[in-house]
Write a protein that binds this ligand. Structure first.
Ligand SMILES: Nc1ncnc2c1ncn2[C@@H]1O[C@H](COP(=O)(O)OP(=O)(O)O)[C@@H](O)[C@H]1O
Ligand SMILES: [Mg+2]
Length: 482
């Protein structure tokens, strides 16, 4: 199955077109020159036949017409009388002065109409023959003389053979030289394409992109087609780089702003909380509604502090601040976190499953602790009392796998796909009361991603499982140093 012409590579199309055109021109020249040569040789031969018949029919007194002086070599001929009976026949360069009957019959068949005829003389080949009334002899007699065509056809055949050999060699040469030339002249285009391909795999969607690479200066000469493409690509790369830098700068400003704002809010929040608490405790006779209001101020300030802490942490994670890179044993982390969660939600049943092998990874201990705290707090906060929560740690395929499972009501189906997004939370009044920010799982996702791990969740009523997979120490160490 041949592909459509338009889908062939340009270099192949150019070479094929060039070679075919060259072959066609060569062929035309060859056919024309061969035809011309043949015509020319035939005219010469016809002239010789004419000359031979003239000499043969001139009565010079010799006893055989084929002995006439100046007769062409290789000529054959015959003389017939009025009734068509052969009188003399023979070949000029042979002593045999007679021809065979078949040969004579072939000559006898030539009409004396003044034209040259091609005759096949048996045993001798194709001849060019002319017949004429013999002026001497008996009136009405005929002389027929013929010369071999072999000279013409062998010359023509030689020419054709030479043309064919030279032509084929020429076509091959043109093909190869053309292919080489075209390849060399398309090479800059390949380099431009390579640059474009390199850029196409750079992740551009977020963060600082860095230098994108450009088409080398030698391929940006706008006087050539490929240079034009290269120069245009470079201009495009410059624009894209500038846009990406601008985006990165504005992202950085926003992050910095969020981080600064969160940081600045911590102190006043702490003051509000402290003063509210102080006022509530220090006065013996605070009216009940004022005491209630103060407690509300306190709890809202606590909620806001949590929100601000989460925002600050996320802003720092977004900024891609380098993490601590220390060896962290996950087992004690799990035990501690479960103990704290138990203290916060004593009505839940808390279980821990630890592996026999050590689960040591390289990372930032405080942030990893935050992951566990967030997952366990969710399992405590978003489930009713009496729920069993199982925290597990396992080691498999060079990874540590943390699991937090509970048999509570599960995450609402409509929330499940976005549960790791910022400010995604179940809208139950319960979670609002419990100081829900909707940032806990977003922080989990960000911390896990910054440790080169993955997190996923499955949830249905009665079984909710969060899984975190983190690469174990040796691998993480290698990844960190490279
Ligand atoms: N173990 C769980 N059981 C039921 N719902 C959960 C569980 N964990 C998380 N969720 C749901 O996912 C939402 C998002 O959790 P998270 O990002 O930690 O925010 P927050 O806990 O501050 O609400 C929660 O509001 C809750 O509706
Ligand atoms: Mg939470």
């Amino acid at each position: 199955m041949i592909r459509p012409w338009s889908t062939w590579p340009l270099r192949v199309r150019l070479v094929v077109t060039m070679t075919v055109l060259f072959a066609a021109v060569l062929g035309a020249v060859g056919v024309a020159s061969t035809a011309l040569l043949r015509e020319n040789l035939m005219a010469t031969l016809d002239g010789k036949v004419q000359d031979t018949i003239g000499r043969a029919s001139a009565p010079m007194g010799q006893d055989h017409f084929m002995l006439a002086p100046g007769l062409d070599q290789d000529a054959v001929g015959a003389v017939f009388d009025q009734s068509g009976t052969v009188q003399q026949s023979g070949r000029s360069n042979f002593d045999t002065r007679t021809l065979t009957t078949a040969q004579i019959n072939a000559l006898a068949a030539v009409p004396d109409d003044g034209y040259y005829h091609d005759v096949n003389v048996p045993g001798l080949g194709t001849y060019r023959a002319l017949a004429q009334h013999s002026p001497g002899g008996q009136s009405g007699g005929r002389v027929v003389v013929a010369l071999p065509m072999a000279r013409v056809s062998s010359t023509v055949q030689d020419l054709i053979a030479t043309e064919a050999v030279l032509g084929v060699a020429g076509v091959i040469l043109v093909g190869f030289v053309g292919f080489g030339l075209i390849r060399v002249s398309l090479r800059p285009l390949d380099r431009v394409a390579a640059t474009a391909a390199r850029i196409s795999i750079v992740p551009l969607h977020e963060g600082e992109v860095g230098r994108l690479g450009r088409v080398p200066a030698q391929d940006t000469d706008t006087r050539t087609e490929s240079g034009l493409v290269g120069a245009s690509l470079n201009r495009m790369i410059d624009h894209v780089s500038a846009a990406l830098e601008a985006r990165h700068a504005s992202e950085t400003r926003v992050r910095q702003f969020v981080a600064d704002a969160s940081h600045e809010l911590r102190t006043p929040l702490a003051s509000i909380k402290g003063y509210a608490e102080l006022t509530r405790r220090s006065r013996e006779n605070v009216p009940p509604d004022a005491a209630y209001a103060l407690r509300r101020v306190e709890s809202e300030a606590t909620r806001m502090t949590a929100l601000v802490e989460d925002l600050l942490l996320l802003a720092r994670l977004d900024a891609g601040r380098p993490l601590e890179r220390d060896p962290v044993d996950l087992a004690p982390l799990v035990v501690d976190a479960v103990r704290d969660a138990h203290a916060a939600a004593p009505d839940h049943r808390w279980e821990v499953r630890l592996p026999d092998a050590a689960a040591e990874i390289v990372g930032d201990e405080n942030r990893l602790r935050q992951v566990l705290v967030n997952l366990l707090a969710n399992a405590g906060k978003h489930t009713p009392s009496g729920t069993t929560v199982t925290a597990s740690l396992a080691v498999e395929d060079g990874c540590a796998v943390l699991g937090v499972a509970d048999d509570g009501p599960g995450i609402p189906q409509e929330l499940l796909p976005d549960v790791f997004e910022r400010f995604a939370r179940g809208d139950g009044s319960r979670s609002r009361k419990a100081g829900s920010t909707g940032l806990g799982l977003a922080i989990v996702a960000a911390v896990v991603a910054s440790h080169g791990g993955q997190v996923w969740v499955t949830s249905e009523p009665g079984e909710t499982v969060f899984c975190v997979r983190l690469p174990l120490a040796p691998l993480a160490a290698v990844a960190a140093t490279t």
